[in-house]
Ligand binder design. Sequence first.
Ligand code: HEM
Length: 402
Amino acid sequence: MTITSDPAQIPEFPMARAAGCPFDPPPALRSKQEEGPLTKVRLWDGSTPWLVTRYAEQRALLADPRVSADITRPGYPSPAPVNGSSISFILMDDPEHARLRRMVTAPFAIRRVEAMRPAVQKIVDDLIDGLLAGPKPVDLVEAFALPVPSLVICELLGVPYADHDFFQDNSKTIIKRDATPEQRFASFGRLADYLDGLMGEKLADPGDDLLSRLAERVTAGELSRQEAAQMGVLLLIAGHETTANMIALGTLALLEHPDQLALLRQSDDPKLVAGAVEELLRYLNITHNGRRRLALADIEIAGHTIRAGDGLIMANDIANRDPAAFPDPDRLDLHRDARHHVAFGFGVHQCLGQPLARMELQVVYSTLYRRIPTLRLAADLERIPFKHDGSVYGVYELPVTW
Ligand code: HEM
């Protein structure tokens, strides 16, 4: 089968969400999914990659070794202009990707992450104590959602939390879709310089943290200092921005679904909480710009021929609402078994930090609404500023009271 539509008719990507439906993917994406598993879209640079909307085809392509994540290849469907110096292993292929990823996997292993649970519980409890003792209403993003994962990733990496304004502001610019390329590159440069400086300190005086382990590899000649700094930037951004958005947007989704919130308030069953985390990851799918890839060979799939050199966008937000994989997909149902969702991606680039993100979200969702049972929005839903312009979806602010 070939796509024969008039080039002028090819829709632009990303598509807009419907007004008043902040938790649902854009309606145009739903229509594309109903039309078929593969279709074409137009990007900011005029290129027309494939848009893969269905769950089964997305998983098949994300696991296919003929599909590349290397952003420097011509034809890669980049969400914005590319700067070679701001690349880490998330945008590389094996064997380079595997070589670098292997160097940072240890602290994200489930056993190591579980050992951090009491410390994360303490961070969450202390922040809630602060909320309860402070003035209200309060912005939950600033006072809780950002500090939780930032404190955790700082501890894990060995980054001083006192620098949080600096790294949070620059991370925001990097993932903001409407930032100019110059702004984005400048922010990346500032973060890379900052991580490079820290790397210098760890080389001289290593501690019990991941940056110090990377510094040892630099000393051993297994890693360049630039590669180490770039990995540090990736881990620092990915480690706080995503989880923070899941905390704030997840809380908003629960406040808007009081029957589901009641389940979490009334039960401390770890199985229910773990299931709730998976379902909220599926339902909200905050990485809403799609997984970007490039075909390295001709690939036959679902009656289509993807040609070598064609760009691919795996829209994981709509795949997580594919009725073939999740019955009644638009319903938030904390009792659903949603573990097979693609909110963490799929294949070799599947999220490295997922055990940590899961554990942090389990601690937050099982604590916040039980300790503040009357938590509620302090503004109308229409007034909440959503991150439509970012590569990670969420809310800029969440005014709450109790
Ligand atoms: C709820 C929170 C999170 C979500 C939804 C999320 C989502 C994702 C997704 C979709 C990918 C796949 C990218 C692709 O295939 O192109 C990914 C990769 C990655 N994530 Fe996460 N992430 C989260 C939390 C974290 C945390 C806490 C860390 C810790 C540092 C982290 C580190 C990474 C890294 C390093 C990669 C690249 C993996 C690779 O290329 O091999 N993420 N994440």
